[in-house]
Ligand binder design. Structure first.
Ligand SMILES: [Fe+2]
Length: 284
């Protein structure tokens, strides 16, 4: 009788202990993955977007989109980023804000940007983090690098004798954006690519007749939990445009998951993203 009772008393206890050990192991592995593996797992997304009003001369143009670099250091990941961008050989390179996580990284960030190669040039806009983190001197330095920072401005570029317009709004999160000023002098019929740190500008961009908006800011949720991440992003960031391709009427929006991290240096189910977008003429 004694033996039997001791066996029946021990089994549930050892079962609970096993379960606890298993749970601790799973949480431990999840934390190792989220802090040390996924933030460094650079991915490349290739997408093709078709536009009815794209001029034939712009057909096949590639735009490489980076966002939210949040640069902390130049390490293996950053070297891989430069190598991958240059292997993709884009026509145009854009960065939609949040360049560094600390002021001390401005010079390294400039060096990194200068190493990216893009046939027609590199353009960017400020994010909310840039306005918090950088002083005027830092911003001036960054803006004098090989990237053209568009602060409620636009620039036209001629590709195969056809002009297209790159328009950039200053950070909408802090209310620095002014789309009508940014679009000054842009003709209605030209192809218009809008850079904005936050995707929340999409409805306004649609009303302004923009063809393509590229944005970031959401980090794709950074830790992606279905429904919960969507709810958080809807409440706090970007009106629920969390990551990927959207359209409002004839206006397309691509929201990048970004490269770096903010608040906590972790990512889960939401790896860093380099996006290569090919513009194609819709055949009617
Ligand atoms: Fe960011």
């Amino acid at each position: 009788m004694e033996n039997v009772s001791s066996v029946t008393m021990k089994l549930p206890g050892s079962g609970n202990k096993m379960l606890k050990v298993l749970l601790i192991c799973i949480i431990g592995l999840f934390l190792i993955y989220s802090f040390y593996i996924e933030p460094n797992r650079l991915t490349v997304t290739h997408i093709t977007i078709k536009f009815e009003n794209l001029n034939e001369n712009l057909n096949g143009l590639t735009v490489l989109h980076l966002s939210d670099l949040h640069l902390n250091k130049i390490g293996k990941k950053e070297k891989k980023l430069i190598e991958t961008v240059n292997q993709l050989n884009p026509d145009i390179l854009v960065i939609t804000g949040d360049f560094v996580n600390k002021r001390e990284m401005v010079d390294d960030c400039i060096q990194m940007i200068n190493k990216f190669r893009a046939k027609y040039g590199k353009w960017g806009v400020w994010g909310n983090n840039d306005h918090c983190m950088l002083n005027q001197k830092d911003k001036k330095k960054l803006a004098e690098s090989e990237i053209v920072i568009l602060g409620n401005e636009n620039q036209s570029i001629a590709i195969n004798q056809q002009n297209m317009w790159i328009i950039g709004v200053d950070d909408p999160v802090g209310g620095h954006d002014n789309l009508s000023r940014a679009m000054g002098g842009v003709p209605e019929e030209g192809f218009k690519l809008l850079l904005s740190h936050s995707p929340a500008i999409i409805e306004e961009a649609h009303r302004a007749g923009i063809e393509l908006v590229l944005a970031g800011h959401t980090h794709g949720g950074q830790v992606y939990i279905p429904l919960i991440s969507h709810l958080i992003v809807r409440l706090l960031r970007g009106k629920g445009y969390i990551a990927g391709l959207y359209s409002v009427g004839q206006t397309y929006l691509y929201v990048s998951r970004g490269i770096g991290t903010s608040i906590l240096p972790l990512r889960a189910f939401c790896p860093p993203e380099i996006t290569l977008i090919k513009l194609e003429k819709e055949k009617t």
